[in-house]
Design a binder for this molecule. Structure first.
Ligand SMILES: Cc1cc2nc3c(=O)[nH]c(=O)nc-3n(C[C@H](O)[C@H](O)[C@H](O)COP(=O)(O)O)c2cc1C
Length: 312
């Protein structure tokens, strides 16, 4: 794919392959090692603006980005413009430059509150939220889907509105809410949206290989791509897409991921967080069914590491 820098207002990121926000996966330990493989920008998982306002207990962990503030967008969600702007201006986000607004989450708990993808049904409310967040002087980006049900296409209207409000980039997950994460992306909806604005448009959905990325770029004309599940299933896909040499092999990647997890979470929690990645990392490796089952039972890192050593 064609690799090029992306300008988010006056901040330029090195390349146009982004790591998606993924709740439960794109925490700091994973983002830190993923960034080393070459992403131009990565996103935290969605963080509740009201949760930040009312002092939720995991807030500091969720928004932590260490030395990677210039390459990390903190994704917030909510439908109350006051708390969304409050979150942008809060101490939690004082070191961060980029705030992404979630307008795509399909999960019922989020949708029923009028947050995430529910905002796609109310462009006026979405507009007000973006305008308020832009007043915080953070670089505001927005992540949307193409609509609620098949046949919907709100992407162009939302991208034009976001640009007019001062957002600096929009990511379009080319699926509607009822699709959740399956089905072919709606390339045409992304293509039309891209033509209608000057701000960068990043295309997302179903990119697991170089061919998928090329097809996405060719069919949509987007400025770049965002990898989600493909980023976990193949941690080196980003290096391939950006023509960079992977910094290590899979075993060393896994070990470094474990080191990051170890220094970020208490051991028991860390092992639980890491175990979620196991089936992705070991996909395609033969005869490891029993090893995987053993890994799911581990509660300490020494046992995890010794099983990884047996497999790789
Ligand atoms: C486990 C999981 C968690 C996700 N969490 C978020 C999230 O916090 N915020 C968000 O905007 N999208 C979230 N997404 C959606 C992804 O960012 C992405 O839009 C979607 O997975 C489509 O990309 P893919 O087909 O390459 O996986 C999540 C997806 C998955 C699979």
């Amino acid at each position: 794919m064609k690799v090029s820098p992306v300008a988010l207002g006056n901040l330029q990121v090195e390349n146009n392959v982004f790591l998606a926000p993924m709740a439960g996966y794109t925490d700091y330990p994973f983002r830190k090692i993923a960034l080393k493989q070459g992403y131009g920008l990565c996103f935290t998982e969605l963080v509740s603006a009201k949760g930040l306002m009312y002092g939720g207990k995991n807030n500091d962990d969720l928004v932590f980005c260490g030395q990677d503030c210039d390459k990390t967008a903190i994704q917030i969600f909510g439908s109350d413009a006051y708390s969304m702007r409050w979150a942008c201006e809060s101490n939690y986000l004082k070191n961060c430059k980029i705030v992404d607004i979630n307008m795509g989450c399909p999960v019922p708990k989020v949708f029923k509150n009028g947050d995430g993808s529910a905002l796609l049904t109310d462009i006026k409310k979405a507009e007000y939220i973006i305008k308020e967040c832009v007043k915080s002087n953070k670089i505001i980006t927005v992540k949307i889907r193409t609509g609620q049900v098949h046949g919907d296409d709100v992407a162009t209207d939302f991208c034009m509105m976001a640009e007019q409000c001062g957002a600096k980039l929009v990511t379009i997950h080319g699926r509607v809410r009822e699709d959740y994460y399956s089905g072919e992306p709606d390339y045409n909806a992304i293509y039309k949206a891209k033509l209608s604005v000057k701000i960068p448009i990043i295309a997302n959905g179903g990119i697991f290989t170089m061919e998928d990325a090329n097809a996405m770029m060719d069919k949509t004309g987007a400025d770049g791509v965002m990898l989600a599940r493909g980023a976990i299933a193949n941690p080196f896909l980003v290096s391939e897409l950006t023509n960079q040499k992977p910094t290590c092999n899979l075993k060393d990647f896994i070990k470094e991921h474990i080191e990051n997890v170890k220094s970020f979470y208490p051991e028991r929690r860390g092992v639980l967080e890491f175990r979620k990645f196991v089936s992705y990392y070991l996909r395609g490796i033969r005869d490891v069914k029993q090893n995987k089952l053993d890994l799911y039972k581990c509660h300490d890192f020494d046992s995890v590491l010794s099983i990884i050593d047996q497999i790789l």
